[in-house]
Design a protein around this ligand. Structure first.
Ligand SMILES: [Zn+2]
Ligand SMILES: [Zn+2]
Length: 323
């Protein structure tokens, strides 16, 4: 089978490998599509994502495919939890002592086939296509974050960053009932898309926001300035969700006195415990549009180029088509 192996930083090779053989409770999956995520770019550049990359691993964690045992269309939750360790039993499966991460420390979706544990595999309802299914993992991560800031009908939500994650956060906030939504985004075309997807307002920069008060602010870029903006723009008693992945060593300035005076809650969220089934349910309603978020669909041979050249990623999420 054809696979893209990340040997080390900046060394990705397309190779012909033997078919993986499932062991124990594993199942063989024939990959259909695998999304290229910002995390893959971080890993390609030698940076840490949610966990450290194991050298010589096949990346790719936003994937859909066919379960070769049952012939069903499936999505693979890239995070495997054992369900038995202390952390799993305490309701913190994302800190599982025996966790395996598909596409980071076990072989992922940038290959014609992969093996996954049975518990990672979720059958797609008929309404969800294999292309759309690549968005289930990012949506599940967004839902975990949104669950922490509890969006409801009284909320005015501001999303900083109109990339794939920002535009998913926008649609999910609307789905969860937010009464008003706005997106801050530098790129014109993405601001337009945010409006098409239901944003009430768009801004080029946070400094343009004058009289409006947003009590839920979601940062989806991961830069020092945008994290600080998210905190400074949030209304009194509001919640800030720092969701964008920053460089591991990045720091931001916070004045605790300022948080105190404004009664703010600043939070973050790590991966997707328990939310992949929730993501499937939300997507099944047809209320989350993913087709406009797809930039290009490309063969595996183009993966390296996509990881290297941010221009190829600027028109939306790139999906790699396998098989
Ligand atoms: Zn991802
Ligand atoms: Zn565990």
């Amino acid at each position: 089978m054809k696979a893209a192996v990340l040997y080390k930083k900046h060394d990705l090779r397309i190779e012909n490998l033997p078919m993986p053989v499932p062991a124990g409770n594993q199942v063989l999956i024939k990959t259909a599509f695998c999304g290229v995520c910002g995390t893959d770019v971080h890993l390609f550049n030698g940076d840490e994502g949610s966990v450290k990359m194991t050298p010589m691993t096949i990346p790719g964690h936003e994937l859909s495919g066919i379960n070769m045992l049952t012939n069903e269309k499936v999505v693979v939750d890239p995070n495997y939890y054992c369900g038995k360790c202390e952390e799993c039993l305490a309701g913190r499966p994302h800190y599982c002592r025996n966790m395996k991460n598909t596409g980071v420390n076990s072989n992922g979706g940038f290959a014609d086939y992969l093996v996954a544990e049975q518990s990672q595999i979720h059958v797609l309802p008929t309404g969800i296509t294999l292309e759309e299914a690549c968005f289930l993992e990012p949506i599940s991560c967004c839902l975990h974050g949104l669950n922490k800031i509890m969006i409801d009908k009284n909320d005015h939500v501001l999303i900083i960053g109109g990339g794939t994650i920002g535009l998913l956060m926008l649609q999910l906030s609307i789905f969860l009932g937010a009464s008003r939504t706005a997106v801050v985004e530098l790129v014109n075309s993405k601001r337009d898309l945010a409006l098409v997807l239901g944003a009430d307002e768009v801004y080029e920069d946070v400094s343009e926001i004058r009289n409006h008060k947003f009590n839920k602010v979601i940062e989806c870029i991961g830069l020092k300035k945008t994290c600080e903006d998210a905190i400074s723009i949030c209304a009194n008693t509001g919640h800030v969700l720092l969701f964008g992945l920053t460089e591991p060593e990045e720091t931001i300035s916070i004045r605790p006195f300022d948080l105190f005076k404004r009664d703010l809650t600043v939070t973050s969220s790590y991966i997707n415990p328990y939310t992949i089934e929730e993501a499937i349910k939300v997507m099944s309603t047809g209320k989350i549009r993913t087709a406009p978020l797809i930039g290009q669909i490309l063969p595996l041979e183009n993966l390296e180029e996509v990881l290297k050249d941010s221009k190829l990623r600027q028109d939306g999420k790139v999906l790699i088509k396998l098989n």
